[in-house]
Design a protein around this ligand. Sequence first.
Ligand code: GLA
Length: 397
Amino acid sequence: MSNTPINGFNLERLLARFSEKFGGPESTVQQFFAPGRVNLVGDHTDYTGGYAFPCAIDSGSMLLIRRSQNDQFRFASTNFDMFAQLSKEQINKTYGDNWINYPLGVVDQFVKRGFAIDGIDCLYSGNVPNGAGLSSSASIEVVTAFAINQVFDCGLPLLELVKMAQAAENDFVGMQCGIMDQFAVAMAKRDHALLLNCETLDYRQVPLSLTNHSIVLANTNQRRELNESAYNERVAECARALALLQDHLPIKALGELDVKDLEKHQSLFTDDPIALLRAQHVSSENARVHAAVPALEQGRLDTFGDLMNASHDSLRDCFHVSSEPLDHLVKAARAQSGVLGSRLTGAGFGGCTVNLVEKDHCEDFIANVGKTYQKQTGLTADFYTIAPSCGVQQVHT
Ligand code: GLA
């Protein structure tokens, strides 16, 4: 058995499910795991070439895969009662908003690069809550890319697989996401968060072993609506902001924009106040990442928490990606003792908040925030205390 934890998956049972769905032989089935991620600070910066600071979480997607060599592509999941069987001619398009679009998008990337993918049987099992902003989709994409690379002996480097996973989402699924999720899910290291320059893809693993504090996620369990179109709209607004600034500033990406330079050039935005707000968020969020990482490294966790709070406020007021339930969770969290910081994480529009909480206060935090939240919204929040985990890997039995 692998020396890395399999995060709650029972491989024997999964293998039995695989046989039930696809038949034998089991001997050629291989197993792979990719985690979900939580972003600690630096949201809606990746697609502007800015900075993000995510870590992997200890739940994710397990994939059992076998090459079938019969030009059939078969997908099943233990999370949904469905089974899809597609021929080679049927795999180059999406199927409504079905989750198989993610693996199909990845297969498409291999095909586009000239690899002969001649059929696969895939059983997925996930324990990242869906739609919670914890990158369940990136974990499916990355585990699929990693597994196909291995099973078909394609020899592609991990960074290329990350880019293919992102391209699957951009070009096939149609979500214009940045690279943060796929990068974190692939490259994360246990007990570390990853400081990522989304323009150059340079990154640094930053130790994140908290002694007296925990990272607690709180799931709004709010149904996310308009997520994809509102997200793509933000991407377009940031592009508009960049275009306005580029005539006056030597910047190639909005992520390079300095807070002071933006102040000096505010008048450019008279006709586009929304683009100004978006640029204000991006420039200040990048500055927060640059301040937060040394604060963490020097053990100044209060400062780190303050920056998390400021990040949420900016995502709410300038980027307009928060929601009432998210704001309620954040407000209830900040009212608790032992809470250093609380913010929405990921794309927003629902999903989770990430909270930095003193260990001694975690129990009260979960009980009290849960109660207040329910009273105010009628919704029940779920809470997860996470351990920063490692990235995609093959799992050996
Ligand atoms: C989603 C996207 C990421 C990133 C975050 C916001 O998770 O997939 O690329 O833009 O939102 O930071």
